[in-house]
Ligand binder design. Structure first.
Ligand SMILES: Nc1nc2c(ncn2[C@@H]2O[C@H](COP(=O)(O)OP(=O)(O)O)[C@@H](O)[C@H]2O)c(=O)[nH]1
Ligand SMILES: [Mg+2]
Length: 274
């Protein structure tokens, strides 16, 4: 019986070599990343493990989306693009991507920047943590032993480390790098979170995704990575994003203590739609 099923699966893959593999997908949000996007896509497809890629572009005026479209024929059924009309923010871009990936049945869904701050080969470390080491959420962390930051100016290091300590102090969440944007989620985590309740867009979004996963009982594991400052293009970080982070942390902890955060952030809907 089992042999028959296995034979059928092997046969259907062999007879349809263009079939989409639905195990791992990397979501890359982009806004004006024309200097980076082609090389990051090629680097990911060059890894020994197979990852599909979904780019969420917010109408980048520099033509990032067109570069992705030009690559799609070369990476048929592996490279996907969702285009939104304007710069709607990192948080909503990821939520759009999460729903897209869950709907199609991907098992491991990754977040990654386009600018090479996250090394493509570290995707495999995050995957291993979720697939083999019992994590539901694997976080590429700068602030665990073995983790590093390379080339960031002192003020960015200061805000990032300060933000991490502040978040830990207010929320008591056992995560040393809560603003990290290099993450692998098991599908079940994203199916369980009610995205209507996640309203932040910048670093606060990254913090809240981990906070919600933790409050819902999922296991978070931090994997040390070296974060490298971007060499090409420019950062989209701004003061508004920092302010949202400072107030956002207070807000989620307040809701958690007094407003039944856990119940609100738990998804009760049967299916997630895009
Ligand atoms: N789709 C989308 N992507 C964004 C937006 N803002 C930033 N990004 C992308 O998110 C990633 C992280 O942004 P980045 O500017 O590198 O932030 P930093 O690493 O904190 O300096 C990059 O791939 C950006 O292109 C946005 O509003 N929409
Ligand atoms: Mg960056």
């Amino acid at each position: 019986m089992i042999t028959t099923i296995a034979t059928k699966v092997v046969f259907s893959i062999q007879s349809n070599p263009g079939a989409i593999l639905l195990e791992k997908i990397v979501i890359i949000p982009t806004y004006n990343e024309r200097e980076n996007i082609a090389s990051i896509i090629t680097a990911i497809f060059g890894l020994p493990d197979k990852f599909n890629i979904l780019v969420i572009d917010d109408g980048s005026p520099d033509g990032t989306a067109q570069i992705v479209k030009n690559l799609q024929s070369q990476f048929n059924n592996q490279l996907f693009l969702e285009e939104r009309k304007g710069k709607l923010g990192l948080g909503t871009a990821y939520i759009h991507g999460f729903k897209w990936c869950v709907k199609r049945g991907y098992e491991f869904i990754f977040e990654m920047d386009a600018d090479f701050s996250h090394s493509p080969s570290d995707l495999i470390k995050l995957y291993n943590a979720c697939k083999y080491e019992g994590a539901d959420v694997a976080v590429g962390s700068r602030y665990v032993p073995g983790g590093k930051i390379s080339n960031w100016p002192w003020d960015r290091k200061f805000y990032s480390k300060g933000g991490a300590l502040y978040t830990k102090m207010i929320t008591w969440m056992p995560v040393n790098d809560p603003t990290a944007g290099f993450v692998c989620y098991r599908k079940e985590v994203l199916q369980t979170i009610n995205f209507d309740e996640i309203k932040f867009v910048g670093y606060a979004f990254q913090i809240e995704m981990k906070f919600a996963s933790w409050k819902l009982g999922f296991k978070i594991k931090e994997v040390p990575i070296t974060f490298i400052d971007r060499k090409l293009g420019s950062s989209k970080m701004n003061k508004g994003i920092l302010k949202e982070g400072v107030l956002g942390v207070l807000k989620i902890q307040w809701q958690s203590l007094f407003k039944n955060y856990r119940r609100r952030v738990k998804n009760v809907a049967e299916a997630v739609s895009v």
